[in-house]
Design a protein around this ligand. Sequence first.
Ligand code: C2E
Ligand code: MG
Ligand code: MG
Ligand code: MG
Length: 288
Amino acid sequence: QADLAMYKAKGSGRNTLHFFDPQMQKDLQRRVTVEKVLSNSLNNHEFSVYFQPQIKVDNSIEGAEALIRWKSQALGDISPGEFIPIAEESGMIIEIGKWVLHEACSALEEWSSLGIGNDFKLAVNISANQLFSEEFVTDVQSIISQYSINPRQIKLELTESLLVKNISEAKSKMNQLKEFGISFSLDDFGTGYSSLAYLQRLPLDQLKIDQSFVRDLLDDKNDAEIAKTVVALANSLGLAVIAEGVESEMQRDRLVEFGCHSFQGFLYSPAIDREKFKHFLLDSLKKK
Ligand code: C2E
Ligand code: MG
Ligand code: MG
Ligand code: MG
């Protein structure tokens, strides 16, 4: 947690706080603005969900990750990296998260007529506040039930930092959803602090190697070693593994050497809108 250096300006009112650091003050102002604008964004239909393909070692399609996009009328494009933490803090993430899941299910329903098959999985990112909200399990079940899709086609991506907040509640909710058919992937793996003991207690299906280790895989021995270790760890725990942020053939080939057989990244495609993804699907199903 950043240490906010504040002082009371001489002669100003008792409750007037000033920041030493103008950049810090600017950041805070931006946050406040984004939070204010965010509260109308769902009603204004400013969000969309994009999809990034996940590709198997034989180049066939395994599934996709749903990634939210926000075109704000007032502020222009805002990245999820900026607004998701704000939505988490304000509580808006609960409503946004439900909306994303609806969109994901609706897309899956549409694509099922294209012949994607039952083993195609769509991954949806879940924040801590969502998982630990009281209605999470019933919300997810009821949303999925509104579409003609198989719950086995939905995968939820959780992060280590989220899970360690309350491992027993996380475990119990994951188990309930697993019984319903949903699977779980551990996102950004390697960047947190989780121990093997934690991992083994959770009903996970997949580890996702964080893109920070993939980025310098070819030049940085430590990153390569971590990526290799995550693959070995997944294998020994009986989990699937996928690498994110794969941008080049060379990175992919190195990951294949390590035993990784699923990939996501710009090498194949960035996240694209629903219509474009449909065409991506049609092309890749044609090649099959
Ligand atoms: P993430 O779940 O780890 O998603 C991966 C991010 O890496 C995405 O950024 C994706 O566009 C980007 N990416 C994919 N391939 C490459 C590549 O080859 N190179 C590089 N440099 N980047 C790549 P994005 O879409 O900006 O999302 C950022 C983060 O925001 C996500 O990280 C996730 O934590 C969060 N997020 C996105 N959508 C949602 C959502 O619907 N709900 C929640 N709770 N969080 C979301
Ligand atoms: Mg993710
Ligand atoms: Mg990730
Ligand atoms: Mg990430």
